[in-house]
Structure formats: C-alpha cells, structure tokens
Design a protein around this ligand. Sequence first.
Ligand code: SAM
Length: 304
Amino acid sequence: ANGDQTKEPACFSSVIPGWFSEMSPMWPGEAHSLKVEKILFQGKSDYQDVIVFQSASYGKVLVLDGVIQLTERDECAYQEMITHLPLCSIPNPKKVLVIGGGDGGVLREVARHASVEHIDMCEIDKMVVDVSKQFFPNVAIGYEDPRVNLVIGDGVAFLKNAAEGSYDAVIVDSSDPIGPAKELFEKPFFQSVARALRPGGVVCTQAESLWLHMDIIEDIVSNCREIFKGSVNYAWTSVPTYPSGVIGFMLCSTEGPDVDFKHPVNPIDESSSKSNGPLKFYNAEIHSAAFCLPSFAKKVIESK
Ligand code: SAM
C-alpha cells in the first residue's frame, strides 16, 4: 500500500503539536487525543482516508476517516467481545460470516473456536487489509487461518447474494454509520442478515456508544425487534480509545432454537487458542456482565 508521507491530515491537532485528536460530527464538542511518536502510513483508498501512527501509550493506531479503529493496546477488548459474545452463546458454530473487520482481529478470535469449519469475510477496502498485514501482524494473523475465505466487496451486496439460512453466525465489525458503513446500520441490511442466518442463528453488530448515540441505538433496536424473532439484546464493554470509552453490540437471534445470550453455553477451548495467544479480555463472567445496562439505557432499550 503506498502512503502519502508529505502533509499531515487535518485530524493531527495543530492546537497541541505532536498529538492526534479524534474529532467527528458523531461526537460534537469532545475529542480524545493520543500523543503521536511517528506517522507510519497515510493513504487514501477508494473509500476512506487510512492512517497508521505510533502512539506514545497505546502502541500502533489505525485511523479511518479520522476515527480511531483500533490500537495495539486495547483492540483485544473489542475483537474478543464482538466475537465471543455471539459464538459462545450457541453450541458448535460451524459457518461464520464477518462483514468489515478488515484489520483481521475478528478472524483471529473466530479461529479460536475449534467447531468452526468455514469463515467468509467481506471487507470493502483492500487498503485496510494490506495496511493491517503490514503494521498490525498480531491482529492480521487471523488471515492465516485456512478456514478463511476473504472477499473484497460491499457487505450489503454480499448479504443480498448470500444463500438463505447458510450461516450459524454473522459478525458485523463495521466502522461508524458515516462513510462506507452507513448502510450496515439500516433496516434492509438487517433483513438480509436475518435471511442468511439459519433458524436460531446469531448476529452481533458494532452498536456505538450508549453515552453518545442512544438515538442510533434506539433505531437499531426497533429494527432488530421487528426483524429478529428469536431474541434481541444490547451489550457493552470498555474500550478506552473509543469515544466515551465504551462500545456496544447488538446481539440478535433468528426464530428457532432458543439462544440465551446472557449465559454462554459454548466456552472457548483453551487448546484451540495456542496459536493466537491467550484471551486478554473475554471470560464467561464479563460475557454475562456485558448485558447489564445503566438505567437510562435499559429504559430506552427495553421500551422498544
Ligand atoms: N475491528 C476494528 C476494531 O478493532 O475496532 C474496527 C472496525 S473495522 C476497521 C471496520 C471495517 O469495516 C473497515 O475495515 C471498513 O473498511 C469496513 N467497512 C465499512 N463499510 C463496509 C461495507 N459496506 N462493507 C464491508 N466492509 C465495510
């Protein structure tokens, strides 16, 4: 991937030279800043601006369109939770689809499940895949698993063409609903996910912050309650470098065998995790705890 090493993009704060400040209309009036040691890559793909920098305290950082996607220090929280909340909630997941997830971290986590036989991944931006392999080898290690089939394309189109009832689990590891991921938060996409899942199949999507985006979450929950006739749940976890320091997940199942997301039935087989190192964040207790919500969010989510 060839980057433009000449000029600093706008998100590198001129207010405090040498710092990256994450400003976005999605979180007006606030910005999380990280001290920059070195800019390692700057590029512009057909879909988004791509930056990698070495931070002073969180390792290397991947930024898409000015928004922090992952840091070496805290990516484990997000990748492990978005993957194991769904996959540990059903017995023997075999066929898994990942939408987005270009850094490869979700693939690394799915690969821990010995029952999984096939993993399709549809990522729209090849530059993200290439940059992750170059700068985040411990995250992109997921691509080395022989069960992975990578498709470079739009997740919306991929799901439209997916065979009905063909997946046990779909994980939507998307960026935010501005830019290429916008349609991944809309009703038609959720309908295509439900169609591609088997009865009692599960989906887990990146579902923003309950501190910042209750309006977005409200819409997602309403759509999911209409579409997924099994169960619909919102979970959340701590990721220090995400806006407001938390990120949420929608966990839904299609009509069929009951799925009780709050009580994992399928513990991760420790022996299957040797090649990717031990789990750093996920465990059965934090799985159940992830569904405990603050009252202001509980009220909105349970009223939909
Ligand atoms: N996994 C990361 C983390 O640890 O926080 C965050 C998300 S990942 C980088 C988001 C990915 O979604 C990006 O690689 C982006 O290119 C991809 N993406 C956005 N819109 C998409 C679409 N419509 N179809 C497929 N992939 C998409």
